[in-house]
Design a protein around this ligand. Sequence first.
Ligand code: HEM
Ligand SMILES: *[C@@H]1O[C@H](CO)[C@@H](O)[C@H](O)[C@H]1NC(C)=O
Ligand SMILES: *[C@@H]1O[C@H](CO)[C@@H](O)[C@H](O)[C@H]1NC(C)=O
Ligand SMILES: CC(=O)N[C@H]1CO[C@H](CO)[C@@H](O)[C@@H]1O
Length: 525
Amino acid sequence: MALDWPPSATWVILALSTLFIGARYLSSRKVDPREPPVVSPTIPFIGHLLGMAIYGGRYLKEIGIQNRHQTPIFTLPVPNSRLYIVTDPSLAAAVQRASKVLSFTPIIPEVTERILGLDKATVEIARKNLDPAPGEERGFLADIQEMVYTWLGPGDYLSELTSAAANQLKAEVAAYIAALRTRRVDGGRVDLLAWVRHSVTVATAQYLYGPQNPIAENLSLEQAFWDFDHGLGMLLMNIVPSLTASKAYAGRERLVSALADYLEAGTHETASKIVQERVRLALQHGWTLRAAARSELSFLFAGIVNTTTSTFWIVLQLFADPELLRAVRGEVEAVLTSDDGAQTLAIDDLKNKCPVLNAVYRECLRLNSDNNSVRVVKEDTLLSDRWFLAKGSVVQIAGGVIHADSAIWGSDVDTFDPKRFLAQQSGEKDKERQVHPAAFRAFGGGKTLCPGRHFAMNEILSFVALVVLQLDITGEGGGRIIVPRKNDAVLPVHILEPVSPALVSIRPREGWDGARELRIVLKKL
Ligand code: HEM
Ligand SMILES: *[C@@H]1O[C@H](CO)[C@@H](O)[C@H](O)[C@H]1NC(C)=O
Ligand SMILES: *[C@@H]1O[C@H](CO)[C@@H](O)[C@H](O)[C@H]1NC(C)=O
Ligand SMILES: CC(=O)N[C@H]1CO[C@H](CO)[C@@H](O)[C@@H]1O
C-alpha cells in the first residue's frame, strides 16, 4: 500500500494516538505484579513531574486524596524511576521500621549539595559511611546526627538551650513593648508573620551563635535569610541557580560568607556548645571552615523556619477566637507564680498543665504541615509482606494527605479545632478520636524524626505564653482577625505560610503589670 506524502490528517492523528496509547500503556505497566497500583499520568512519562513542577505540593496531595481509600500505597511512574506514595499511618509505620532498606540518608548529600552549594570535595566527605553498621567507621553525617539527637534529647543540655532560647525571646518581646510605649514603632498595622519572623530570627541567631553572630552584626542578613528560604524549591532543582533562583542564591552566599568570616575569626568560641561541637566534628572529618559555614547555615535554618511559621499560626488562631484566647490565658495565668515582686513562668508547667495551649499547638502543626517523608529504596523490597518496591525508586509518606484524612481526624478535618487533641489527651475512649501514632507527621517519623522536637515545643510554648500574657492583638484597626488560608501550591519544605499577609494591630496588654519583672525558667525536664 502506497502512503501519500505528506500524510493526511487522519493518518497523523492515528499515528499519534497509537504512540500516545502505547506510551500510556508503558507508563502504567507494573514492574512486578505485587507492585502497588499504578496511577498513570495523563501525559505519558513526564506528566507527574510536570504536575509537581506546576502545582507544587498540591499536585501529589490531590492524587493522594483521590486514591487513599482504594489503596494504602500507590505507584507514580516517572522517567526512569517510580515514586511510591504511602497514605496510610500503619503502612507509614512499616516504612519507618524498614529503615535498613528504605533509607533517608542517601538523599542527604545530594540535597545539601544543591541547597547549600557544597563543593565536590566536601560532598565526597559527606557521602562516606552514611549508614555505618555497629563497629564500622562512622562518617561525618552519622556522627553529627548522633550528636544532635543526643544533645537535643531530654537532659541537661536541652534544659540549658531551652532556657537560653526562652530568655532571648523574652528580651525580643520586651524590646518590642518598649518600642511601642515610646512610639518608636507603630503597632497599628503589623504583618504578624513578619513580626514573628524577626523575633525568632534574631533570637535564634543569638542563642545558637552568641551575641556576635553575623545577623546581630549586620541586620540586613535577616532579609538575606528569608530570601534564601523562599527560593529553596528552585535551589533544589539546581538549574543554573545563580539565574533561576538569583535572590535565594545571593542571600545564601552573603550568609555563608558572613558565617565563614565569623568562624575564621574564632567567634564561635562564644557560641552555644552544640554549635561548637558541630564545628569541631566538621573539622575532624576534614571539612574546611568555609565549608562548615554552609553546614551551619542549615542548622540555623532548622532552628528558625518551622518555629517561626508554627508560632505565627498559633498566635493568630488564639487571638482570632476570643473564647479560645480566654481559655489559654486562663491556663497560663494559673501556672504563673508571684514572689518578691517578680512573676515566674515555668516552661515545664506550660507543657504539663496547659492542655488547651498544647492542643492548639498540635492542631496548628497538623493543619499546616504538608511535607512528605522521603526514603530511597536500597534493595528490591516486599513491604509488609505484600507490596513490591523496586530498588532505586523513592517512597514518600504523604504527610499532607494523612493530615487531611477524614477517616483519621473526623469529618471536620479541614477546620481548625483543637478539641480533637483534647479528647485524646484526656484519654477519652471516643473511637473516632483514637489516632494512630504515625498519623501525626509534623515531626516526621522513624529515623528522621526531628531531633529538635522537644526543644521546638519548649521554645514555641514559651514564646506563645509570653505573647498572650503581655500583648493584645486584634485585626487591623481593632476589628476581628481573619485567618488567611495556607498557601499549599508551593513545594512544601516547611510548615506552610499563609496565602496573604495577616495584618494585625499589636498593643501592650491592658491590665498587665509590665513594671514587675517576668521570669521564665525551667524546673526540670
Ligand atoms: C515546629 C518546629 C519544627 C518542626 C515541625 C520540625 C520538623 C522536622 C522534620 C519533619 C524533620 C525531618 C526532615 C525529613 O525527614 O526530611 C526535621 C529535621 C531536623 N530538625 Fe526539625 N522541626 C522543627 C523545629 C526544629 C528546631 C527548633 C531545631 C533545632 C534547633 C530542629 C532541628 C532539626 C534538625 C537538625 C533536623 C535534621 C535531622 C537530620 O539530620 O536527619 N528542628 N525537623
Ligand atoms: C551590611 O551588609 C551590607 C551588604 O553587604 C553592606 O552594604 C552594609 O554596609 C553592611 N552594614 C554594616 C553595618 O556592616
Ligand atoms: C519543617 O517542618 C516540615 C513539616 O512538618 C518538615 O517536613 C520539614 O522537614 C521541617 N524542616 C526543618 C528544617 O526542620
Ligand atoms: C516531598 C517533600 O516535601 N520533601 C521535602 C520535605 O522537607 C525536607 C527538609 O526540609 C526537604 O528536603 C524535602 O524535599
